[in-house]
Structure formats: C-alpha cells, structure tokens
Design a protein around this ligand. Structure first.
Ligand code: BG6
Length: 489
C-alpha cells in the first residue's frame, strides 16, 4: 500500500521487545529482522533488546534466537554472515514488571544512547497480553524512556471488548500520541492483501462492476489446519471471533468494500484508514435474534483435550455481514474462520451475478458465475473464473476455465512474510498498514453484540471433527440463500 522504495535507508533503532522469548518474537519478529539483515537494510547501530521473565544472558538469548532461526528461516536463506551480524545486535534483560531494579536496568541499557533526536528511534514492541500495554507504557513514561520520537507497537487483540479496548487505548494514548502507535494486524502486511488494493485501484476493469449491481456476494475464509498448540491459555480466553474476525477478517472485508482512497502511499497515511473506517461504521449491526440466525459458533471435538479442560470457547466462526451503503446494500459478505480444518487456506472470493439472460439454452453445460479469487495462503495468487467454449465442432459446449496468476511464477521474487514488511514500516515510521484507534473501536462496536448474544443465549458451540470443513450449520448459512462455500480452486 505504501510506495516506499525498498532501499530507503532505515534509521538506527533500539528495538525493545517485551515478550522477547515468546512464540511471536522467535517465530516471526526475529526471522523478519534476519531477512532485513540479509538484505543489508538494518542500520549498523540498530540494537534489539529482548525483555522477558526468563533468566538468560545475552549469550543465552543469542543461542535461543539462532536455534529459532534454524527452525523458521528456510535453510537456503540462512547464511553465517547475516546470522552473525543479527545475533551481535541482540541483548536480553530479565524483567519482572513488579521489580523496580529490573526497570532500572532497562533504563540503563537504553540510556546508553540518548535518543533525544530522531537519528535513533526507540521502538517498544509489546508482544504481550494487552492488559500489560498500559502498565508497561506507564513505566516507560515514568522512566523518561518514551521520547516524542519513540514508537510503540501493539499486537492484537487490543482489549477483549469495546470497554477494555477503550481503557487500553486511553492508557497507551496518555503516553504516546496516535502517530507514535503502531497497532499490528499482520494480515495487512501480506503481499496478496496489499495487492488487492493495487488490483482494485491500479486497473480500471473491476471498478465499474465492483458493486451490488454485479457482485452477488463475497466470501472471506481463513481456514487453518493447526489447533491452538502452546497458546491454549490465550486462545481459550479469546476464541475465534476475537482472535481472527474482529481484526484480520474485518480488515480484509474493509479492503474489499472500501471506496477508492484519494491516494495510497506517500504521506497520505490516513487516506486508506479513513476509507476502512467508513466500511466498519457501515456494517449492519448483528444483534439479538439476528446473531442466532446469521452466525455459527463451532468447536473441534478434541479442543478440550488439547487445552486440558472442558471449554465453551469457539474455534470456528461463520457469519453473514452486510455493508449498508450505496455500493453494497443487499450484498452478503460471508466470513468464515476456524482451526483444525481440512485445509490451510486463506481466500477472498468475489462472486459475480449470473448473466442476465440465458443465451445458450441449447448448449451442453451451464454457465458458472464469474468469480475472482484472491488467494493469500498457501500460495499467493489470484484467479478469475470464467465460462468458455469447449473447443471442437458440434455445437457449443460450456466449460468453466480460469485465468490464473501465481505470484511465485509471475515475479521471480520471494514473497516476504507480513512481519518483514511491517517491521520496516515501523522503523520508517509509516503507519498506513496499521490499525488506527478508531478502526479498532469500530470493529469492537460491531463484534460486541455478537459476543453478548452468544453469552446470554448460553448456546454451546456446535462440534466439528478435526480435519473436516467445519460445522454443517456453516453450510446451511449459505444454503438457505441458495449459495455454497467455494471449497475448491
Ligand atoms: C494470528 C492468530 O493473529 O493469526 C492465530 O492469533 C492465527 O490464532 C494466525 O493462527 C493466522 O495467521 P496466518 O498468517 O498464519 O494466517
């Protein structure tokens, strides 16, 4: 979305990662930084200060990270030179938030560099639960570490409902200005998600048909084969609606549904976010009986066993949303996400209407609605599904075909992980791909009545078998309206 040249020099940064030994840091942040190191983009003076409750010295942490990089960076990209350069930048501090001495040590490390000007940027990456965002920011302010040039990075979900997200945003906002706050939704860093914007707005052919006149409905699916391994405590408190729908799926819906922003990139950081916000605010509220009718909550049958206790948390959600504005009135947006499903696949399907008049009544085969598939995972690409004539004499035989764009084939370029792109934007201070406070709160405003209705109706999630496509009720949700989920390419 932003048009920053790849070689734009990065400033020297002190990146303090709270939760520095956690899953996210080891699986995504450090591999992301490694890739940027490999490209020679990190400033020579950039340091990474990992903070956690583990008793580890710098050497121990460097070893931990080297092991993680072996696990999470493809072997053909792991080279001794950049690995050595990156690990030399790493430091570890044991920090128990309740112990003042621990904070003093962080203070001492960061104060080695004054950071009073923007030639060294302090980045505080909070890869911890959002309950800690306020207290951590408060301490940073007390210690004088949060300077006007500093940035704070928040991982989603921000809060667990609207009220708690207000509290978290207020607490963080009392220390950092909105321009300094980078709320991550890593789906916005995915190449294919950004390419959706380019496809929509750098071409002319889609815009005239991108509306309720020609679009029958939209499907957004994030289907995962993994369970909640190792994250049971967090996940069981969150569930699929908070973990995936409130952020990733709604953000994708916004990019599909939003009006063309005036500009994308450059200094117009708010142009895209303003348009996304309008979509979130135009979502038809789902409340009361509509929630029972238009949402499906599921849980895979082995979930309780996996987390070691019985639970009513949902691991699957399907729902029908509508955007109430001129462009989209009456077009269903079906969202679906779940864990331990048959396929690892994330897609957006824009399904167009049938031709208005059946011109080939005597032909073999039928027309299939045109469909644009944006594939985010596993292999990024795009497909346009059409009906074509099967070659050969003897009348017209209709046949479904597709125009297929695979990024891997079209661009001989490795597709970077979302975090690589987002880390660069944080270091450069470009907030376009990050969620603004008003967006997060608008998303909670829409999601909250669903959570409330689920809670008050006390309906247990429907069970589905691991390795299936989810509960049958999700199929019924579309079947009632004469539609089906697009399961295959
Ligand atoms: C995270 C969720 O934000 O996104 C996880 O917390 C989920 O539960 C993950 O597995 C999915 O991301 P991706 O990029 O693997 O589709």
């Amino acid at each position: 979305m932003t048009a920053s040249p790849p070689d734009l020099a990065l400033p020297a940064c002190d990146i303090t990662v709270f939760g520095g030994t956690g899953d996210l840091a080891l699986r995504k942040l450090l591999p992301g930084l490694y890739e940027r190191e490999r490209e020679g983009q990190l400033h020579a003076d950039t340091r990474v200060v990992a903070v956690s409750r583990h008793r580890l010295d710098d050497a121990g942490y460097r070893e931990l990270v080297a092991d993680a990089l072996h696990d999470h960076v493809p072997a053909d990209r792991l080279e001794a030179g950049p690995l050595h350069r990156l690990t030399r930048r790493l430091h570890h501090l044991e920090l128990d938030a309740t112990r003042p001495d621990d904070w003093d040590r962080l203070h001492a490390v960061l104060k080695e560099h004054p950071a009073t000007t923007d030639d060294r940027i302090r980045i505080f990456y909070l890869a911890v639960h959002s309950e800690l965002f306020g207290p951590v920011c408060g301490r940073l302010a007390d210690l004088g570490l949060a300077t006007p040039e500093s940035r704070v990075v928040l991982e989603k979900p921000i809060g667990t409902d609207l009220a708690s997200s207000h509290l978290v945003n207020d607490a963080v906002g009392s220390v950092f200005e909105e321009r300094q706050i980078f709320r991550i939704d890593h789906y916005l860093g995915k190449e294919s998600v950004q390419n959706l914007l380019v496809t929509r707005f750098a071409n002319t052919f889609l815009e005239p048909i991108w509306n309720s006149r020609w679009v029958d409905h939209v499907q957004i699916t994030v289907s995962e084969t993994l369970g909640v391994a190792g994250r049971g405590d967090y996940y069981d408190r969150a569930g699929a609606l908070r973990d995936m729908v409130q952020n990733h799926l709604l953000q994708m819906l916004c990019l599909v549904a939003m009006e063309p922003p005036t500009y994308v990139g450059g200094d117009a950081h708010d142009a895209v976010r303003d348009e996304k916000l309008k979509v979130l605010r135009a979502l038809a509220p789902l409340t009361g009986r509509d929630v029972d009718r238009l949402t499906v909550r599921g849980q895979y049958t082995t979930y309780g066993e996996e987390i070691g206790r019985p639970s009513t948390t949902e691991t699957f959600v399907a729902l029908r949303a509508e955007v109430q504005n001129w462009r989209w009135a009456g077009v269903p947006f079906y969202l679906r996400t779940g864990k331990r499903l048959a396929r690892h696949e994330s897609t957006i399907e824009v399904v167009f209407k049938e031709p208005p008049h059946a011109m080939f009544p005597h032909s073999e085969g039928t027309t299939t609605p045109n469909r644009l598939t944006v594939r985010m995972q596993p292999d990024e690409g795009m497909q346009l599904h059409l009906t074509a004539k099967h070659p050969g004499p003897g009348g017209i035989r209709l046949h479904p075909v597709s125009l297929d764009l695979s990024y891997a084939d079209a661009f001989e370029h490795r597709s970077p992980d979302a975090y690589e792109r987002l880390l660069l934007d944080i270091m450069r201070g470009i907030p376009t791909l990050f969620m603004r406070r008003d967006e997060v709160e608008a998303a909670w405003t829409w999601v909250e009545p669903i959570l409330e209705q689920w809670q008050s109706s006390a309906v247990e999630p429907v069970r589905y078998h691991p390795g299936s496509t989810g509960p049958a009720a999700a199929t019924t949700l579309l079947a009632r309206e004469g539609r089906t989920w697009q399961e295959t390419r």
